[in-house]
Design a protein around this ligand. Structure first.
Ligand SMILES: *Cc1c(COP(=O)(O)O)cnc(C)c1O
Length: 469
């Protein structure tokens, strides 16, 4: 299986090559040249598989340059009960109104990003050892992504992580989760500034070609193909849990920001998984809802991005969306280049003639949730079921309930646990006890390891130089 760029000006690459890539050199995103097709017999066979065995069947279709035994070993070492809390890895439960919830957030950092990042950490270590090289990840985080990357890469051979976060801006839990890591290859850098300042420093380092080459600088952002591929697996796993037989269909409702999670659902459907609808749930930052309602994609500026109580969905442009638009436009790289030239010019684009295709052929639907919806949903679910859901999952539940049709089985993806967002949970449900997974009691009291630097790319480069010297 070869990989091509959505912009069409990058030579085909192997899986091992795209695994270590961010954006393609032509500015596009890498995708498999075609989606493998799953026939009825294979789907029947897969229904009975354990999560790691299912993951192997799916990933081996994409990671064709990794020997089967090696891939099996990487997967077996990733999707364990020890890391994800249950043998099922992504168990599905049913609320009293019939809505199903698939738990994706029982990994080490309590958010769904662990599902892909834990795999990526093990795959990186394997590919780097094989190539006899090293990789130094430089990233910026406002919470979930950075901690998922650190927990995936801690202690790994050949990898260092330099993760910037805005000093004093994350929740006490999120800070403790990252800064309490004592692994020698993990460096937390608190920047005296905002999240955008951290991202600007990442860009400045990425744009320094000599520095980037000398220090083998890479990233692990959500456009990484390895992350999207690993996420495809849980759509299959969720489908099998939510149905009795392969004659049934399921719709997935996905709390969305960068379109990475639901992009994997789109690919699962294209492979032949019987998915009826893919429902995009946004918060007040509703660029994606606007697209699926009107066909117009109008990315916003950072200043127009709302700070909300489902912060991991606070995005102004959806970085994975280009993969779907590539398919929607008939995989025409020229069209994609023209559309993103408009985005770069700050205009956005209008694909309303293709809106019916997005809905009917690709099954997309969308809805939006606000702070008040989120609080009401958390409160209602707590009152009815006695369980606390996190604010992002609440956005999904709200949208799923408002769009669900008679007889439709809807699985809402649970993207984080309530324990990560205690303030919003208390605002919604009062002074309730918020359950925390075993082993995380007293997290905030552990010693923390973090260097604080001024808002200056040079200061960060100096830390990288002296660490790798
Ligand atoms: C990252 C994240 C999302 C958004 O996922 P995308 O892949 O960016 O669409 C939703 N919820 C939580 C808790 C997240 O961490």
């Amino acid at each position: 299986m070869n990989y091509i760029s959505t912009r069409g000006n990058t030579a085909p690459k192997t899986f091992s090559e795209v695994l270590l890539m961010g954006l393609a050199p032509d500015g596009g995103l890498m995708l498999p040249e075609r989606y493998p097709q799953i026939d009825a017999a294979a789907l029947e066979k897969w229904r009975g598989l354990s999560y790691p065995d299912l993951a192997f069947e799916i990933m081996s279709l994409f990671a064709t340059d990794i020997p089967a035994d090696d891939l099996r070993r990487i997967i077996a070492g990733t999707y364990t009960e020890a890391a994800f809390g249950t043998k099922e890895i992504t168990p599905v439960r049913t609320l009293s109104d019939g809505l199903k919830i698939q738990a994706l957030s029982n990994g080490p950092t309590l958010a769904f990003k662990d599902m892909a990042m834990q795999f990526l950490g093990n795959a990186f270590e394997y590919v780097l050892a094989k190539a006899g090289t090293t990789l130094n990840i430089v990233g910026a985080t406002s919470g979930d992504t950075g901690s998922a990357a650190e927990y995936a890469l801690r202690g790994k051979q050949g990898v260092h992580v330099f993760m910037m976060s805005p000093a004093g801006r994350m929740s006490a839990f999120q800070r403790a989760q990252m800064y309490s890591l004592q692994d020698e290859n993990i460096l937390n850098i608190a920047v005296e500034g905002m999240f955008d300042d951290c991202q600007d420093i990442v860009k400045a380092i990425q744009n320094d070609a000599a520095f980037k080459e000398k220090y083998h600088i890479g990233t692990v952002n959500s456009i990484n193909w390895g992350r999207v591929m690993a996420q495809i697996v849980y759509y299959f796993a969720g489908y099998f849990k939510a149905t009795q037989s392969n004659s049934e269909t399921v719709s997935f409702c996905v709390p969305s920001g960068n379109f990475g999670n639901i992009c994997a659902g789109h690919i699962a459907k294209q492979m032949g998984l019987p998915v009826r609808r893919l429902i995009v749930a946004t918060n007040e930052n509703d660029v994606l809802d606007e697209f699926f309602q009107t066909g117009r994609y109008l990315p916003r500026s950072a200043a127009q991005t709302h700070v909300t109580s489902s912060p991991s969905m606070d995005i102004s442009k959806a970085s994975n969306f280009e993969r779907f638009v590539f398919d929607l436009t008939g995989r025409d790289p020229e069209k994609v280049r023209a559309l993103w030239a408009k985005v770069a010019a700050g205009e956005g684009f209008d694909l309303s003639p293709l809106l019916a295709k997005a809905r009917e052929q690709y099954g997309f639907a969308s809805g939006k949730s606000t702070h008040a919806d989120r609080l009401a949903t958390i409160r209602q679910v707590y009152g009815q079921e006695g369980e606390l859901i996190d604010p992002h999952t609440a956005d999904g539940v709200k949208v799923a309930r408002s769009l669900r049709e008679d007889g439709e089985t809807v699985v809402c993806l649970e993207t984080a646990l309530a324990a990560k967002f205690a303030d919003t949970i208390r605002e919604a449900a009062g002074s309730v006890a918020i359950p925390r997974p075993a082993g995380l009691e007293g997290l905030e009291d552990l010693p923390q390891r973090v260097q604080t630097v001024p808002n200056d790319a040079e200061a960060v480069k100096e830390i990288i130089r002296s660490t790798l010297a």
